[in-house]
Design a protein around this ligand. Structure first.
Ligand code: DC
Length: 240
């Protein structure tokens, strides 16, 4: 089974994707982490982010592996764990730029398809182009969204909890900048697939969104929408 989750930054894709993967015993693939790993490689090699040829070369040469359980996913770049390093604001911005490079996207999409297809029980993939490009025939597609203010609020609270210094206004400006780049790039812009289940998470709490997603998955599998128990949400923060 392939479950595609797309949407803008801060809509809850990672948190909910991990919860679904755990509940359904599927592999979890954070495709944004792969673009972040390429960005880290480019920055480490001091390549100009706008130098398309060199950036594509760095993506082609990168060895990116994602290992471990959804909650403790490790991103390994060229043999070393970069899980923490790829989460900085600088790398988020750099990832947003390298992800506009068509050759980088081609390499990432190939890799993502291979991982998804070889997952024994199936895979939950989250990103921006999963339902539209990577797996257009996914068993179920979700598009999670939320108002920029709600996404910035969640991201700001998460940053604060991690001790990062920023302001709500700064966070909102960054979210708006990344949204703009994600929806306006030429290759695979963030779009809602025709057959996606769209959920606006602005006013919903985590358990409500999770319940809606689980019901939709069960319907896609030909099961009753309400079968099974409730999600275990109390240990999970509503952030990505
Ligand atoms: O989800 P994230 O913030 O970790 O993603 C980092 C960047 O990668 C983001 O700016 C959009 C881009 N991205 C993409 O273009 N396609 C994907 N499938 C996943 C992420």
């Amino acid at each position: 089974m392939i479950i595609a989750i797309d949407g803008p930054s801060g809509a809850g894709k990672s948190t909910l994707g991990k919860m679904l993967a755990k509940k359904l015993d599927l592999l979890y693939l954070d495709t944004g982490a792969m673009y972040r790993a390429v960005a880290l490689r480019v920055v480490r090699q001091k390549i100009d982010l706008k130098n398309n040829e060199q950036v594509a070369g760095a993506a082609e040469a990168a060895r990116i592996e994602l290992t471990g359980e959804p909650d403790s996913l490790q991103i390994v770049l060229d043999g070393s764990d970069v899980s923490a390093e790829i989460r900085t604001l600088d790398i988020a911005q750099a990832a947003s730029i390298v992800s506009t490079n068509s050759n980088v996207r081609r390499v990432m999409v190939d890799h993502q398809r291979q991982i998804g297809q070889s997952a024994a029980k199936g895979c939950v993939l989250e990103g921006r182009d999963i339902g539209s490009v990577v797996f257009p025939n996914a068993d179920i597609k979700f598009f999670l969204t939320a108002k920029p203010e709600a996404r910035a609020r969640r991201r700001f609270e998460e940053d604060k909890a991690k001790g990062r210094i920023s302001t709500y206004e700064q966070t909102l400006a960054e979210i708006n900048e990344r949204d703009e780049r994600d929806v306006s790039r030429e290759d695979s812009p963030l779009t809602i697939a025709d057959d996606a289940v769209v959920i606006d998470t602005s006013e919903l709490d985590l358990s409500e969104v999770f319940a809606q997603m689980l019901s939709a998955v069960r319907v896609a599998k030909g099961e009753r929408p309400d079968s099974g128990d409730e999600p275990n949400v109390h240990r999970v923060l509503f952030v990505i």
